[in-house]
Design a protein around this ligand. Structure first.
Ligand code: F6R
Ligand code: MG
Ligand code: MG
Length: 366
């Protein structure tokens, strides 16, 4: 079986009806390109899907993380989708996330989001791939914490001897580009002190205490790369499950609570993260509310068996209902915080212009 790498690389390269949904022809072109890469032996298997306006490429291979050929394949796929479909069909925001002129060895930092996990394939190896639309990488902080550190979510932390020792989290400071590793349960309060600010600190990886890789998340902040608003980053995440790791049901349980995340309309509002099936992975009301899908796969000698569309289940109806109640409640705040994000986090703002226009009219208070 040996070592296998799962690479999930995604980009918004244009969509149908505004920032709504990927066009079926975009998916076709991406599939053709990845099929050729299977035939040439570059990758073993692939699965292409979309979450809202984001095109998601799942690839398996034996080339390890940050492999330049695999990254180039993803880059060329997004380019080709843009040139062959997004531009000719005049889809909205064609090529939006492709911020670099040409590929330069590693797709990280060029716009697309990347989550990669290399591991020794177990005799039976289930994984869950999450993809979200209209939010940012910090949206995974709360659920990943609950999956790997909260005994009220994950029963196995308490009652399974193989999980009982806990997990290590790698936290990225997105502004400084620095990482720190924190172990749970010992350093739980330090961890929470950081990841409670999801706009600044994001969980990038999780390991079991014995070093077994358990999860990896995308951490791209497009606006920090481009220095201007270019859409929220609509993150992806890979989580391994079962047999000494959280069960699939423990992993999904963390999403039963539709927590508030930054994103939604114009990347500038807080709203609930609604767990949905693939068919409902499209944002409508106020360009939202933000959505998350979960696809379950079995890895078989490097091949992807699946997916199972895990939120396609009435067990999550109540969470979706609650999400819509929260959406309605938040919407009633209109332009007021905390529905609208704070000034430092807004992706669209007129504040500098408004302040400039009013500058001469501001009078000193005696
Ligand atoms: C949020 C998002 C949308 C757009 C909004 C305005 O991530 O993609 O909410 O920000 O539809 O888009 P433009 O400025 O392209 O008209
Ligand atoms: Mg878009
Ligand atoms: Mg999107």
């Amino acid at each position: 079986m040996g070592r296998i790498t799962v690479s999930v690389i995604k980009a918004d390269v244009g969509s149908l009806a505004g920032h709504h949904v990927v066009h079926p022809k975009q998916i076709d072109v991406a599939r053709q390109k990845l099929q050729m890469a299977v035939e040439s032996g570059l990758i073993i298997d692939y699965y292409v899907f979309n979450c809202g306006d984001d095109l998601e490429l799942v690839m398996t291979h034996r080339r390890g993380e940050n492999n330049s050929e695999v990254h180039e394949l993803a880059w060329e796929t997004f380019k080709e989708v843009t040139e062959k479909v997004s531009k000719p069909l005049k889809l909205y925001a064609a090529g939006q996330d492709l911020l670099a002129e040409a590929f330069s060895g590693n797709i990280r930092g060029m716009g697309p989001g990347v989550a990669e996990l290399e591991f020794e394939e177990r005799p039976s190896d289930p994984i869950v791939i999450f993809a979200a639309d209209k939010t940012e990488p910090g949206a995974w902080n709360l659920p990943l914490f609950r999956v790997f550190a909260d005994p009220f979510n994950t029963a196995g932390l308490v009652i399974d001897p193989k999980l009982h020792q806990g997990f290590k989290f790698v936290i990225l400071d997105v502004f400084k580009g620095l990482e720190v590793e924190l172990a749970c349960p010992e350093e739980m309060y330090d961890l929470l002190a950081l990841i409670g600010t999801p706009s600044g600190y994001v969980i990038s990886r999780v390991y079991r205490k014995d070093g077994l890789p358990a999860a990896a998340a995308s951490t791209t902040r497009l606006s920090l790369i481009a220095g201007r608003y270019v859409g929220k980053d609509d993150p992806v995440c890979i989580v391994r499950a079962q047999a000494g790791l959280p069960a699939v049901g423990e992993i999904l349980e963390a999403f039963a609570f539709p927590h508030l995340v930054a994103g939604w309309m114009r990347g500038s509002h807080n709203g609930p993260l609604m767990p949905v099936s693939l068919k409902d992975a499209k944002c409508t009301r106020f360009d939202g509310p933000p959505r998350v899908v979960a696809l379950g796969f079995q890895i078989r000698d490097g091949y992807l068996e699946g997916p199972a569309d895990l939120f396609d289940d009435p067990a999550f109806d109540w969470s979706r209902r609650l999400a819509m109640e929260v959406a309605d409640y938040m919407r009633r705040h209109g332009p007021f915080m905390p529905h609208r994000l704070g000034p430092e986090e807004m992706e669209y703002t007129t504040l500098p212009q408004v302040l400039e226009k009013l500058r001469s009219r501001f009078k000193k208070v005696e």
